[in-house]
Write a protein that binds this ligand. Structure first.
Ligand code: HEC
Length: 141
């Protein structure tokens, strides 16, 4: 393979990889937008509410087997480091204002919504609950 071809190939690879990396990351606002769109599919005209989200964050639930609220592991303050109620492992703060990794990876967000909602509510969260929750956590300054 000539040097030219090699250069072209590595450029192609570079472009392909940076494209893939971009697809996996988003801003918290984009993730919130996507959740709002999903909520509007089940409730046309839905608009997210940080105060409903805060109530949901703190609410005592009864359906789950692991914890009875989101705050159980994430603490009363989304800016604080949390602690898993069972494993006692540290949980990095949820609020993007102090943790820039949060709400930037849609797959990670989906995975943990699914898991945590089951553990707290005994079911998946509705799209509206996810949008409100995210609106709250993003609103924390
Ligand atoms: C039993 C402990 C526990 C409870 C209760 C809990 N979480 Fe979590 N949560 C975690 C852990 C552990 C992680 C992932 C580890 C990490 O990313 O630091 C996480 C991460 C998340 C994330 C990922 C955010 C991101 O961008 O990285 C979301 C969203 C989330 N939790 C939502 C919730 C919601 C909604 C509830 C309440 C219904 C809840 N959590 C209750 C332990 C918990």
């Amino acid at each position: 393979m000539g040097n030219r071809t090699r250069l072209k190939l590595s450029l192609l690879l570079y472009v392909a990889c940076s494209g893939a990396a971009q697809a996996a990351t988003a801003t918290p606002e984009q993730i919130l937008d996507a959740l709002v769109q999903q909520a509007r599919q089940v409730q046309p005209g839905f608009s997210p509410s940080a105060s409903r989200g805060e109530q949901f964050y703190r609410a005592r639930q009864t359906g789950g087997k692991v914890a009875d609220s989101c705050a159980s592991c994430h603490t009363d303050n989304p800016k604080a480091e949390g602690k898993h109620v069972k494993t006692h492992k540290a949980v990095e703060p949820l609020a993007p204002v102090v943790n820039r990794q949060r709400f930037t990876d849609p797959a990670h967000v989906e995975k943990w919504f699914r898991r945590n909602c089951r553990e707290v509510l005994g079911r998946e969260c509705t799209p509206q609950e996810k949008a409100d929750f995210t609106a709250y956590v993003l609103s924390v300054k």
